[in-house]
Design a protein around this ligand. Structure first.
Ligand SMILES: Cc1cc2nc3c(=O)[nH]c(=O)nc-3n(C[C@H](O)[C@H](O)[C@H](O)COP(=O)(O)OP(=O)(O)OC[C@H]3O[C@@H](n4cnc5c(N)ncnc54)[C@H](O)[C@@H]3O)c2cc1C
Length: 270
């Protein structure tokens, strides 16, 4: 379910026309302060499971993973035995998905990258089954993960690198999400007063997380760039794909396909 305090430019969200079985909610089903709400069926990504699935798929197809911090993009040439110093006469291709790291990655140094801090809570709430987002002044979301745990958010703090929990924000998230989804607490507790309900939900917190969405001024950078390796003097190509802000998981398949196309074109022109 998505709730909007007001619709931007008075227009329905663009995805309304793309989804089947969408229901526009009558006023009687809208929380106070909300002027528009919709209910629909869609895919929900459980991020730890999705990342683990992608990793297994990558390695089962022959991919290998090596973790190393790079200071310059050309250092990527040492991975996988591909080196513009080596006997291989094909121009090496590096795919750059270093997100916020691109602020200071040599050869890229993208000054348009900004963190957008987000604080989330994982709570135990097996009765909550619906994913709900409220956009506007009371921004908040409830995302059940299918295993009895639920992600609660959130915040969007542009430019903040603060890694510590903001306790006031934790309280705000508990209050806002409880007003969106009473089923965060067992039915026996729903008649408690507001502050008691917040205390009960607080007792069910499993963890508090802080993350930094990789936002880029002007939007995602998706393009090919030609480089010359300063060590060997030989050329290499980078396919840049970064700056997905708060939508990197939900758009990951489309961007991966676009990166694949750019890599295939770079191979053809080799
Ligand atoms: C609170 C919060 C809520 C979110 N909600 C959603 C949501 O609802 N839907 C959604 O789709 N997305 C959501 N996101 C956004 C999502 O997390 C990002 O869009 C996504 O992680 C971007 O993926 P990425 O691979 O581009 O970047 P990242 O996940 O940041 O990965 C970049 C990687 O590059 C590595 N790296 C960087 N620099 C270097 C270097 N110099 N050398 C070596 N490695 C380097 C980093 O260590 C990291 O592993 C949310 C994020 C937050 C924080």
């Amino acid at each position: 379910m998505d709730f909007f305090d007001t619709l931007p430019d008075g227009e329905r969200p663009w995805y309304v026309s793309k989804l089947n079985d969408i229901r526009e909610l009558p006023e009687s089903e809208l929380p106070p302060g909300v002027t528009y709400g919709i209910e629909y069926q869609t895919v929900l990504i459980n991020v730890p499971k999705y990342l683990s699935y992608l990793k297994d798929k990558f390695t089962s197809m022959g991919g290998t993973i090596e973790q190393r911090a790079l200071e310059h993009i050309e250092e990527a040439l040492i991975f996988g035995g591909v080196s513009s110093n080596g006997p291989n006469d094909k121009t090496p291709i590096v795919v750059n998905c270093a997100a916020l790291g691109n602020r200071i990655l040599g050869g890229v140094c993208d000054a348009g990258m900004r963190p957008v801090r987000g604080q989330t809570l994982i709570v135990n709430a097996p009765e909550a089954k619906r994913s709900i987002t409220r956009l506007g002044s009371q921004f908040g979301y409830v995302i059940p993960r299918g295993d009895g745990t639920v992600v609660l958010g959130g915040s969007t703090e542009v430019g903040s690198w603060d890694e510590d929990e903001n306790r006031e924000l934790t309280q705000q998230i508990l209050q806002r999400t409880l007003s969106l989804e009473p089923a965060l607490l067992p039915s026996s507790m729903r008649e408690l007063d507001a502050s008691e309900r917040v205390r009960e939900l607080q007792a069910n917190i499993i963890s508090v997380g802080v993350g930094f969405r990789p936002m880029r001024e002007g939007g995602v950078r998706l393009e090919t760039q030609e480089y010359v390796d300063s060590v060997s003097g030989k050329p290499f190509v980078a396919v840049h794909c970064y700056g997905h802000a708060g939508f990197g998981y939900q758009t990951s398949l489309s961007y991966a396909l676009k990166v694949q196309q750019l890599v295939e074109s770079a191979k053809v022109s080799n």
